[in-house]
Design a protein around this ligand. Structure first.
Ligand code: DC
Length: 221
């Protein structure tokens, strides 16, 4: 059984790359950020303060997050049985996910689900702590990053293409704030695992990054 971990900051292109590589090599793609986002959606709906550890910890046992796959290998995410895949991409949900993912009980609720998936199939899992914490023995670890400007620009272009009005400076600020929060939390912070291959995608096309990850996998296969 093989497992590939791709970690890195917000907007580095992890999910685009992970999805494409998984398809190419026939692995199951596991988007762990989506799991944290599903929990965050629950807390937003309940009107819970994202920093209220006591209330959040008490709610965790009542929440079930499950994953299923459509025919194209697309991950569908369910919150207490409701398919919330299309509801978790909002910036507000991402921000809440970054805040609530710092709470130990939230991480504990998802850790076994993530490890269990890697035990039952060849997986390519992306997130913040996959190589450092979830799958420390992953067959291959990639730390995918890009400069703040490039990440903000990509996000700006993505939103503009969807017809959503947005402000570049605000996006850049939000990305930096989210990274800081993810890197400075006490439990399973975002950092490059010692044995991870660093890929800086600032100057690379999507195709080039995909090829690089596949080439790294070919080396260890
Ligand atoms: O990758 P994303 O934007 O969907 O992730 C949303 C948030 O979830 C991210 O800011 C931090 C948290 N997260 C985490 O703590 N650990 C992971 N393995 C994946 C995501």
């Amino acid at each position: 059984m093989y497992s590939i971990a791709i970690d890195g900051p917000a907007g580095a292109g992890k999910s685009t790359i992970a999805k494409a590589v998984a398809k190419e090599i026939g692995f199951i793609y596991v988007d762990t950020g989506a799991m944290y986002r599903a929990l965050a959606l629950y807390f937003l709906r309940e009107g819970v303060d994202g920093h209220d550890r006591e209330r959040i910890a008490a709610a965790c046992p009542d929440i079930s997050v499950t994953i299923d796959y459509d025919e194209d290998g697309g991950q569908q995410i369910f919150l207490n049985g409701e398919n919330v895949t299309s509801l978790i991409r909002e910036e507000e949900v991402g921000k809440m996910a970054s805040t609530t993912s710092a709470i130990p009980e939230v991480r504990a609720a998802l850790l076994e689900l993530q490890r269990g998936m890697a035990r039952s199939a060849n997986v390519l899992m992306d997130g913040r702590d996959i190589g450092t914490n979830v799958l420390p023995d992953a067959s291959l670890k990639i730390y995918l990053t890009a400069s703040d400007d490039v990440r903000a620009k990509r996000r700006y272009d993505e939103l503009t293409a969807k017809g959503i009005a947005c402000d570049y400076d605000q996006i850049r600020e939000d990305i930096i704030a989210r990274d800081k929060q993810d890197m400075e939390r006490e439990i399973a912070p975002l950092r490059q695992a010692e044995d991870a291959v660093l890929v800086d995608s600032s100057e690379l096309s999507i195709e080039q990054v995909i090829d690089k990850v596949i080439a790294e996998f070919e080396k260890i296969k």
